[in-house]
Design a protein around this ligand. Structure first.
Ligand code: ZN
Length: 88
């Protein structure tokens, strides 16, 4: 990256806008979103993709499930892992 890395990491694209607390929070969310998530069904890492907000799929086993908006597993659906939207 041509830009100097800042404390806020990838949120540096916002420049000085929105305040540092918001940018850091946004960075935390985005880093979790793009991280290699573990598929809760087949246990493979790195094949979990977000289709849209709250909808996640695993390219390995084809499962589609409802998760968090930015992370595939939330504290809630940890207890309800069978909330599957459709099987392919
Ligand atoms: Zn899977």
């Amino acid at each position: 990256m041509a830009r100097r890395t800042r404390v806020v990491g990838i949120a540096g694209r916002f420049g000085p806008r929105y305040g540092s607390t918001l940018r850091k929070r946004w960075r935390d969310v985005m880093e979790r979103r793009y991280a290699n998530h573990l598929c809760p069904f087949c246990g493979t890492q790195g094949h979990v993709k977000r289709i849209s907000v709250g909808i996640w799929t695993c390219t390995k086993c084809g499962m589609v499930w409802a998760g968090g908006a930015y992370v595939p597993r939330t504290g809630l659906n940890k207890h309800f892992p069978k909330i599957i939207i459709r099987e392919e």
